[in-house]
Each structure stands twice: as structure tokens, then as C-alpha cells.
Design a protein around this ligand. Structure first.
Ligand SMILES: CCC(=O)SCCNC(=O)CCNC(=O)[C@H](O)C(C)(C)COP(=O)(O)OP(=O)(O)OC[C@H]1O[C@@H](n2cnc3c(N)ncnc32)[C@H](O)[C@@H]1OP(=O)(O)O
Ligand SMILES: O=CC(=O)O
Ligand SMILES: [Mg+2]
Length: 366
């Protein structure tokens, strides 16, 4: 919770007439946050068909949009949001997010003052780039409350921060707790690498130079010593996951820039999923299917988790005690691990009929 607001004020609206901030952030499926440039007519034309096939569509206004197109991107997003059915708002199958320009840019203020009155009722989450500390979230929080009150909105727009500066990483816990609107965090490996002066020119993913080498064999000192590539982003993702879990909000991987390397993309996404992330960015239509598959628990994992839940229920149903299953010990703690998997599978099955079929088929076999 922010140091500057007392506990009794934390959930009060920051402007008279603004909607009451949420006390809990709903776990809405968001396996892929698909980026598009609303000023690009070819990309914009693809958006209506993506509704229902991707969990989140994000109209990007920041990096990757040319300065000359900033206004067209903002206006394009207003048009797409207004004209596209079933996109955004509480009930749509696909959430609508935007990434505004950074707060020190000449565009961020106009992004917010244009988007909230025009499409505030459809906008689910505003992603704020280059967040350095709680002060950035406080600024957006107050401004959103004023704009929501003026627009007569009855639902608060949530805020998502990109972790992409060294100061942001150092302040990650206070960023997550800066406002009840905080929905989650994404890793921004490109800006973060630059800010830290890391020596990688890649957008996300591993690096062949970041490795450990097997010890020499004393009997064969000249023998080949295998190397094992390590994950450059492990530390930052682990910090993000803990900070988000502590505050009841959601961590995401960010961009994977090597669009052609679908295998490494899948690996990087899976590492993030295993560590606790709920989703990732998709920069190209072909990354959507990868994200949907990786961030949905496998049918085998769900089947195993259900068996553990059933075995522990048979023990009395209060979650205590221990059982042996397939030679392995299961108890209260592993039951909780399994419930994470089962609950996620249920949430995803509710919005993804194909996945539901797969989870149901394995339940019938059991
Ligand atoms: C690194 C730090 C960050 O900030 S990452 C986030 C910011 N970057 C982005 O949002 C990039 C979004 N993606 C893109 O701009 C494009 O996908 C890039 C990577 C440039 C590749 O585009 P292009 O060379 O056209 O790819 P392609 O020929 O394979 O495209 C096939 C058809 O699909 C379209 N397409 C492409 N990307 C998207 C997208 N993100 N959303 C919707 N549609 C997309 C292309 O326009 C192309 O359409 P068509 O078949 O010609 O009609
Ligand atoms: O905005 C994302 C990044 O990697 O930078
Ligand atoms: Mg960035």
C-alpha cells in the first residue's frame, strides 16, 4: 500500500464522482496481450476477426508507433473501440487495453484526456510504460479519477505498469502497491536492457554468451566442456512475480522480438509461465497461438492436479493430512499447488471451448 495514503483512504475515489476503486483485481484470462498499431490500416483491418480469439487486444500508442502517426494511432484506437462489437468492457470475450506514451513524452496527457471520455467505458486496462516509482502511478491514478468522474463512468479503469528501468525494478514492490487500480506488471526487456547498459541487442529471450560451462575433466583436460545457456531475465521475472503475488495483481512476460524463432519464443514464454506469470505480449499474429497454448495448463497437468484434489478430498475434505499417489507424497501444500492449476483450467475453459473439450475429455477418461 502506498506510504502516502492512510489505510482508511486507500480505497476511496480520488475525485468526487469517480467510481470506487476495486478491493480485488479479478483474474480475467489474459494469456496473450496482442499489440497492434491503430494507425496501421492493415493491422487495424485484422482486429474485428481477432475478437474472441485472443484474450486481450492492446492498441499501442508508444514505441513502435512513428511520431508522425501518434495522433492517427490515438484516433484510430477511438474508432476501432467504438466500432468493434464485443471488444472491451466487463462482459466482452476480449479485453481492450492500451499502452499510452510515457509520462515524460509530449503525448501522454492527450492520450489520457482523449481516450477516457471517448472510450473509457470499453477500456479495461491502461498500460503505462517506463514506470519509475509510485509517484508515476499516483499521477495516473488521480488523473484517471478526475477524467472518469467528468465522463460519468461507473467502473474504474485499471492500470498496468511496464517494468523497464533499473529504478522501476528497485521500486517494484511500491509500484505494485501504489494504487488499488494496479492490475499487473509486464517485463520490458528491451528498454530495461538499455537502461541497465546490458550488452544484448535482442528484444527478450536468452543470449548464447550468457552461460555456464561444465568443469574440466582432470583426466581429459582438453576434452570438450559443454556449456549451458542461462536465462538473462530470470532475476527480474522472479522479482516481478513476488511483488505481484504480494499485492494480489498479475505478472506478465513482455515482448519476444525474434518473430521467426517460434521455438525460442515458446521456451521463453514457458519459463515465465512456470515461474508464475499469467500471460505475455504477442507482437505478431503468429505469437497468439503460442501464448494461448503455453499459458493454458496442459491436459496432463490438469488431470494430475484433479487426481490430487480427489485423493485429498477422500481423506476428509479439509485439506489436512498426507497421501501417497504414484509413489509421491501429497499434502496440504501440494494440494494448494494443484488447486492453482485446476482453478486456472476452469477459468480458461469458461472462455475457450476448444480447451474445455480437451479438459472434459481427460476427465471422462479418468
Ligand atoms: C521492444 C519493445 C516494445 O515496445 S515491443 C511492443 C511494440 N511493438 C509492436 O507493437 C510491434 C507490433 N508488430 C508489428 O509491428 C509487426 O508485426 C512487425 C513485427 C513489424 C512485422 O510486421 P510485417 O512485416 O507486416 O509482418 P507480416 O508480413 O508477417 O504480417 C502478416 C500480416 O499480418 C499483419 N500484422 C503484422 N503484425 C500484426 C499485429 N501485431 N496485429 C495485427 N496484424 C498484424 C500485417 O499487416 C500483414 O497483413 P497483410 O497480410 O499484409 O494484410
Ligand atoms: O516495452 C517493452 C520493452 O521491452 O522495452
Ligand atoms: Mg519499452
Amino acid at each position: 500500500m502506498s506510504g502516502s495514503r492512510s489505510a482508511k483512504d486507500f480505497f476511496r475515489p480520488l475525485a468526487v464522482g469517480a467510481p470506487t476503486p476495486p478491493t480485488e483485481i479479478p483474474a480475467r484470462p489474459s494469456r496473450a496481450i496482442h499489440f497492434f498499431d491503430p494507425s496501421n490500416p492493415k493491422m487495424a483491418a485484422k482486429i474485428p476477426d481477432m475478437v474472441g480469439r485472443v484474450d486481450v487486444l492492446l492498441g499501442n500508442l508508444e514505441d513502435a508507433v512513428k511520431a508522425d502517426n501518434k495522433l492517427a494511432a490515438r484516433e484510430g484506437l477511438v474508432r476501432i473501440a467504438s466500432e468493434t462489437a464485443n471488444l472491451g468492457g466487463q462482459s466482452g470475450p476480449t479485453q481492450l487495453w492500451t499502452r499510452i506514451n510515457s509520462l515524460d513524452s509530449p503525448w501522454a496527457l492527450d492520450d489520457l484526456t482523449t481516450l477516457v471520455p471517448a472510450i473509457g467505458a470499453k477500456l479495461d486496462v491502461i498500460m503505462v510504460p517506463k514506470v519509475q516509482g509510485a509517484e508515476d502511478i499516483h499521477y495516473v491514478d488521480r488523473l484517471l479519477a478526475q477524467l472518469e468522474a467528468k465522463a460519468g463512468l461507473d467502473r474504474p479503469i485499471l492500470v498496468h505498469a511496464i517494468l523497464e528501468t533499473a529504478r522501476g525494478v528497485a521500486n517494484v514492490e511500491e509500484i505494485c502497491g501504489a494504487s488499488p487500480r494496479m492490475q499487473g506488471l509486464s517485463l520490458g526487456p528491451a528498454d530495461l536492457a538499455a537502461d541497465r547498459r546490458m550488452k544484448t541487442t535482442r528484444v527478450g529471450g536468452g543470449h548464447p554468451g550468457y552461460l555456464v560451462r561444465q568443469d574440466p575433466n582432470p583426466d581429459q583436460p582438453d576434452a570438450h566442456r559443454p556449456t549451458y545457456q542461462q536465462d538473462l531475465w530470470h532475476y527480474t521475472i522472479a522479482r516481478m512475480v513476488d511483488a505481484c503475488a504480494m499485492h494480489g495483481i498479475y505478472p506478465y512476460y513482455g515482448p519476444f522480438g525474434d518473430i521467426a524463432d517460434v521455438t525460442a519464443c515458446e521456451d521463453q514464454f514457458r519459463n515465465a509461465f512456470l515461474l508464475g506469470c499469467v500471460g505475455t505480449w504477442s507482437l505478431h499474429p503468429k505469437q497468439i497461438a503460442i501464448a494461448n497454448q503455453v499459458f493454458s495448463p496442459s491436459v496432463e497437468d490438469v488431470a494430475h492436479a484433479r487426481r490430487v484434489v480427489a485423493a485429498m478430498s477422500a481423506l476428509g475434505g479439509d485439506g489436512t493430512g498426507a497421501v501417497m499417489l504414484d509413489g509421491k507424497m501429497e499434502d496440504d501444500a501440494s494440494l494448494k499447488q494443484c488447486l492453482v492449476m485446476v482453478e486456472l483450467a476452469e477459468q480458461l475453459a469458461a472462455i475457450d471451448p476448444e480447451l474445455k473439450k480437451q479438459y472434459d475429455a481427460i476427465a471422462e477418461e479418468a
